[in-house]
Design a protein around this ligand. Structure first.
Ligand code: DAT
Ligand code: MG
Length: 139
């Protein structure tokens, strides 16, 4: 069943470079309501758990190192058609291929350090939101 929520996190490079305010502004101006948000850290092991689907890919170790290298800002977001609309706002994984006006086009440094995460399905949005917010995401 389609839901109206998605999950995102602003990644370590974008937080460290002071882009979180600008990114949150873009998210709100695109019509997403912030349901839950916090600033936190992932250990390497917990980053590995979050990205378990990519275990075995050549970039997995680098991805876990990067995602545990600094503070992140996870959020649960609400909007009609949230998952698909948010992926459009985020842009392509590789910022060189991201459309103008997308968050990754503006703020991503590379395919690895790409500024922001966006869930790829309603099912994963629910799993990923629970990973950070447990049952406390009901605002
Ligand atoms: P997305 O974040 O666009 O959903 P993904 O799920 O395929 O992309 O990959 C998850 C993250 O892993 C991605 O945001 C950055 C990293 N990654 C993916 N492909 C990569 C590659 N070829 N080289 C380095 N990092 C990569
Ligand atoms: Mg993905």
């Amino acid at each position: 069943m389609a839901t109206n929520r998605t999950f995102t996190m602003i990644k370590p490079d974008a937080v460290a470079d002071g882009h979180s305010g600008a990114i949150i502004k873009m998210i709100e101006e695109a019509g997403f309501r912030i349901v839950s948000m916090k600033k936190t850290l992932l250990t390497n092991a917990r980053a590995g758990e979050f990205y378990a689907v990519h275990a075995g890919r050549p970039f997995y170790g680098e991805l876990c190192d990067y995602m545990s290298s600094g503070a992140i800002i996870p959020m649960i977001l609400e909007k009609d058609n949230a998952v698909a609309d948010f992926r459009l706002l985020v842009g392509a994984t590789d910022p060189a291929k991201a459309d103008e006006g997308t968050i990754r086009k503006l703020f991503a440094k590379s395919i690895g350090a790409n500024a922001i995460h966006g869930s790829d399905s309603d099912e994963n949005a629910a799993i990923e939101g629970s990973f950070f917010f447990g049952g406390l995401e009901q605002f």
